[in-house]
Ligand binder design. Structure first.
Ligand SMILES: [Zn+2]
Length: 335
């Protein structure tokens, strides 16, 4: 048979499907396609929107290391995170800075709100006057910085970009788009800070498990980073390391090191929603696993690293006897 035969199945909604397979009989060959209803479609669930803010960009290089610029490192980590979120059912990433462009700090968190973001993560990799200073840290906004390092970092950011400094006290008219936000300001803002701390702790917990990354600070730090000042969206800033330190610079120059930062952020975000599930999202049903859609070029070992699981676990959960996977296939990952 030389001609291609195309079989179209009309469906009323999305389905999960397995790669078709053939069964040979004496007189014929059966082509079997197994499909299962995608329940999340029928329940009308919305995606969880995560705003990813790659620090600096364009005319603002951020910290300048020996061989690398902070703005490039932050964008590469952001893209790793974007890739995981994009291909995991129920999550949708929004890139606040999609490429090497300058984005005003006020626009960063305000654009996150305009996109309906549920969370905001800002990714940085700063420098310090002492090259021995290294490791990752997680920050939440506060008027008073919690430590000398945080204060110095805030100041370093400030020298590079004066707009980083929060405006007069707690209230800035540009923080709000809606009048209603003003009246509910206090409660919403307190809840936001509390949730930001939870999110920060979840990310920190994962960073501590990452064998590549050393921690700079063991607890969530507080700093006056303007980019975190959104009224109601839990926001954290991740310092993935100090590019002024040779070990950190080497780690962040490599894909593996950057991928581990992205993975810690992703798992931290996921664990945050386990604790604080958003209504009408897939997390409300407290799922034990996520569903990842295989992309062209994906290999199981890389997916395993991305989610912090083992290759064997992925094979077992998905009944993959051999390691062949194919684009469009949806696999289950227990996290
Ligand atoms: Zn920075």
């Amino acid at each position: 048979m030389n001609e291609t035969v195309r079989v179209v199945i009309d469906l009323k909604g999305s389905v999960f499907w397995k790669k078709p397979w053939q069964v040979k009989h004496n007189d014929r060959v059966d082509l079997i396609l197994e499909i299962k209803r995608d329940k999340s479609i029928s329940k009308n669930l919305r995606d969880i929107i995560v705003a990813i803010d790659a620090g600096h960009g364009g005319k603002d290089p951020g910290a300048v290391g020996k061989n690398l610029l902070e703005k490039d490192v932050t964008l590469l980590i952001a893209k790793e995170l974007e890739r995981t979120l994009k291909n995991t059912t129920g999550y949708r990433p929004i890139m606040i800075r999609p490429d090497d462009r300058f984005v005003d700090l006020n626009d960063r968190y305000q654009n996150a709100r305009k996109s309906g973001a549920d969370l905001f993560v800002s990714i940085h990799a700063d420098a310090f006057s002492l090259s021995s200073v290294k490791g990752a840290s997680v920050y939440v906004w506060a008027e008073e910085a919690s430590s000398i390092t945080a204060d110095n970092l805030s100041k370093a950011e400030l020298t590079r970009n004066p707009a980083v400094k929060s405006k007069i006290g707690k209230l800035d008219v540009r923080d709000f788009d809606e009048d209603a936000a003003r009246t509910i300001f206090q409660i919403a803002y307190e809840a936001k800070i509390a949730n930001s701390v939870i999110l920060g702790e979840k990310i920190l917990e994962q960073l501590k498990r990452d064998p590549f990354t050393k921690m700079h600070k063991p607890n969530v730090e507080f700093a006056d980073f303007r980019v975190l000042k959104s009224i109601d969206i839990p926001s954290v800033l991740i310092e993935s390391g100090f590019i002024s330190n040779p070990d950190d610079a080497k780690r962040l120059e490599g894909k593996a090191g950057r991928r581990m930062i992205a993975r810690s952020i992703f798992l931290g975000v996921h664990n945050y929603f386990k604790e604080k599930p958003k209504p009408n999202t897939f997390m409300t049903s407290a799922p034990k696993s996520v569903e990842y859609e295989i992309q062209k070029g994906d290999v199981i070992s890389e997916i395993a690293i991305r989610f912090g699981v083992t290759i064997n676990e992925i094979i077992q959960w998905n009944d993959l006897n051999n390691k062949s996977i194919y684009p469009g296939q949806k696999i289950k990952i227990v996290i």
